[in-house]
Design a protein around this ligand. Structure first.
Ligand code: AMP
Length: 255
């Protein structure tokens, strides 16, 4: 089932991340996952969380939660989200600053869906510089347009725990209910996964977010994976890629 980490293949041996490392023992990673909507960042983030015990910070999830709770940020963000536009930087940066101040991020984090434009990328860089916690890598998920449309049309999420499933990747057919929650709530499709909104989100990605690949490549941080594959296969590629990070980076962060 998409989004479910059970049955995950063990990572092959390598520097820093070894098959012997029990879940949660690796705590050095500070990474950004970059990619178009539907490229699999969220699903792979959940697997990294389960494997390494560091938190996923998804600005999309944080904003949806703010909207659902009716906070000031949420009220201001809703219209942009509904139309597939980016939420203003001030709100997103406010949310990120608050989240990165929480203790569970001290030993690593996975940024999913942030940064999404140059202003956010430079603000992140200066925030992490101030904290003395620079990024280890930025992973770009490359996926064909047709595959993205197919994935997004099959995407469903649990309203209660937020876990993401995909009806196309479920071996048993359409999962109608969340298997993680005791009362098995019905899975729902996100409003902004509707086709015209998805098209807009893809345009915004191409115009504002994709160019960040060059920005991070210039800093030697960019790693790219071909994510036109099954969820399990992409996970194997992702783990292998993270293991290939320079040894000095792992050592610097291992303490
Ligand atoms: P996502 O779940 O990451 O696809 O995000 C859903 C929506 O939340 C996006 O279409 C944007 O409207 C908003 N959003 C999420 N992350 C950001 C961000 N870093 N900057 C601006 N808007 C964002």
């Amino acid at each position: 089932m998409a989004g479910c980490g059970r049955g995950l293949k063990q990572a092959p041996a390598g520097r820093g991340l070894t098959p012997a490392a029990p879940t949660g023992s690796v705590s050095w990673m500070r990474i950004v996952l970059m990619g178009a909507p539907g490229s699999g960042k969220g699903t792979q983030s959940q697997r990294l969380v389960e494997r390494f015990g560091i938190p996923q910070i998804s600005t999309g999830d944080l904003l949806r939660s703010a909207v659902a709770r009716g906070t000031e940020y949420g009220v201001r963000a809703k219209a942009a989200m509904d139309s597939g536009q980016l939420v203003v930087d001030e709100i997103v940066l406010g949310i990120i600053r608050e989240r990165l101040a929480e203790r569970d991020t001290e030993r690593g984090f996975i940024l999913d869906g942030f940064p999404r434009n140059f202003a956010q990328a430079t603000a992140l860089s200066s925030l992490l510089g101030t904290l003395g916690r620079p990024l280890d890598a930025v992973v770009l998920f490359e996926v064909d347009y047709a595959e993205i449309v197919r994935r997004i049309s099959g995407r469903r999420s649990c309203q209660q725990c937020g876990r993401v499933f995909n009806i196309h990747a479920s071996p048993a057919g359409t999962p109608a209910h969340c298997e993680r929650c005791d009362d098995q709530p019905t899975l729902v499709q996100r409003a902004d996964d509707e086709e015209s909104t998805v098209r807009r989100r893809l345009e915004v990605y191409e115009q504002q977010t994709r160019p960040l690949a060059d920005y991070y490549a210039a800093q030697g941080l960019l790693r790219t994976i071909d994510a036109n594959a099954s969820v399990d296969e992409v996970t194997v590629r992702l783990f292998a890629l993270l293991e290939s990070l320079p040894a000095q980076r792992l050592l610097r962060n291992a303490s």
